[in-house]
Design a protein around this ligand. Structure first.
Ligand SMILES: C[S@@+](CC[C@H](N)C(=O)[O-])C[C@H]1O[C@@H](n2cnc3c(N)ncnc32)[C@H](O)[C@@H]1O
Length: 425
């Protein structure tokens, strides 16, 4: 692999290239690194590479003349990448893709970045090493070079070690231990001392699944889990975090068609479908709120039909879902029931198709992980202001950029639950 690095600080890479596996790989010719300083291509006395930004604003911008000359001086640039916080995120998969190239050229920005016309002049892919801002692209380029080089055949002592690492299987890696067997009272997990290869492999796989669920549940999206994996993950306490969340369906006080506040009648389908969502996502319960006694009596009849009556014989799965339904005359009673279930005061999270949002989905996920939470949806034209006003937070609309925001409350409950819990929690 031939790396060419365009940088105004070539010395930055001195220590990086002179130690560890990188130094060995350079020596063995597995990788080679050429540093090119755009300053060397400046024609003025001060070797200027930057200039003031058009449109004003703070900072300087790396200009085209020196960068273009530096890049055009390369006989074999290969694939061109620019380190940038606005780039494609660097990942193990992306690193593996890049390791398949013969040559890579890395542009390290400084100041506010580079003149954007570079991207019109050359086919350059911007690459980010994370959602944070560095002072220059050099440390990002070092990350990229190291991640890519490790995947170049011959870089690592044993090729197998790259395959076992975090992300290689799509999951985070299991923990490692070495001698002594007991350190300050802390023993090495006995499974690793058993000498039984299958038991060790199973233990490692389970730790991998556990760590991934705890730290990066988003990674499960791209992993094919075996039946055993799925059963193991389901049994982990964190996978039951969904139980902290209860859905609430409020029939009053809600906004009516004419804009006034009142109560709407119950819809059989809502009760069925939201109960099924609640069961599928392992929620703590489904709280149906209506201030009207006859409506609650109707709901009780529907639920009883499926839970105990002829419905149970016809469809026991439905009975399982409807057993999560509880009926309440008001929001206070629903909140009190959730609080009583968990022995801790429940938070109230409201939803609105219009806003104003006061709680992001990310913040709501954290809330649910930490505390019992009743997430309420309004029937009719949405929850009344008095409900929004007393909520601990109001979630953003599900489709903030759509000009059509008229989901059925059943569909909204499903989408919302998935957005809050994802498919593994
Ligand atoms: C101070 S930064 C410029 C930040 C830029 N004004 C912005 O807000 O996106 C200077 C240079 O550092 C590098 N850099 C900073 N953060 C980075 C990141 N997260 N990933 C890759 N490169 C980064 C880029 O080469 C960038 O041009």
């Amino acid at each position: 692999m031939q790396f060419s690095v365009l940088t105004i600080f070539p010395e930055f890479f001195d220590s990086f290239l002179s130690c560890g596996l990188m130094a060995k790989a350079l020596e063995a010719g597995v990788v080679s690194v050429t540093r090119i300083n755009p300053r060397d291509f400046a024609t003025d006395r001060h070797h200027t590479v930057d200039d003031r930004p058009y449109g004003g604003g703070p900072g300087m911008v790396m200009g085209l003349p020196t960068l273009v000359s530096a890049l055009r001086s390369l006989p074999r640039p290969g694939r061109m990448l620019m380190l940038s916080p606005a780039g494609r995120p660097l990942s193990q998969r992306f690193a593996a893709e890049l390791a398949g190239e013969e040559a890579l050229t890395l542009l390290c920005g400084r100041y506010e970045g580079i003149d954007d016309r570079m991207f019109d002049l050359f086919d350059i892919t911007p690459v980010s090493v994370g959602d944070f801002v560095l002072s220059g692209g050099e440390s990002a380029a070092a990350c990229l070079m190291e991640a890519v080089s490790r995947l170049v055949p011959g870089f690592m002592g044993k090729d197998a070690s790259a395959e076992e690492e975090s992300f290689a299987s799509g999951l985070l890696e299991y923990p490692h231990y070495t001698r002594p067997e007991v350190f300050e009272g802390l023993p090495v997990p006995p499974e690793l001392l058993s000498g039984h290869h299958a038991a060790i492999a199973a233990w490692r796989r389970q730790r991998s699944l556990e760590t991934t669920l705890a730290r990066r549940p988003d990674l499960f999206d791209a992993v094919a889990l075996s039946r055993e994996d799925a059963a193991f993950v389901r049994g982990l306490p964190r996978a039951r975090a969904g139980r902290n969340m209860h859905l609430g369906l409020v029939h009053g006080p809600v906004v009516l068609k004419d804009g006034k506040v009142g109560t709407v009648s119950l819809t059989n389908l809502d009760v069925h479908d939201i109960a099924r969502v609640s069961r599928t996502y392992g929620l703590g319960g489904f709280e149906v709120v209506s201030p009207l006694r006859d409506q609650l009596a109707l709901a009780a009849r529907i639920v009883a039909h499926w839970r105990e009556g002829p419905g149970l014989a016809a469809n026991p799965d439905r009975a399982e879902a409807l057993s999560l339904v509880r009926l309440h005359e008001g929001l206070d009673a629903a909140l009190a029931a959730v609080t009583a279930d968990h022995g801790r005061e429940a938070a109230l999270v409201a939803t609105s198709a219009k806003g104003p949002a006061t709680l992001s989905f990310a913040a709501a996920r954290e809330l649910i992980a930490a505390r019992p939470t009743l997430v309420v949806l309004g029937t009719g034209h949405g929850l009344a202001d008095e409900v929004l006003a007393r909520a601990d937070g109001i979630l953003p609309p599900l489709r903030p950029f759509s000009d059509y925001n008229h989901l059925s409350v059943r569909a909204a409950a499903g989408i919302l639950t998935d957005r809050l819990l994802g498919d593994v929690l």
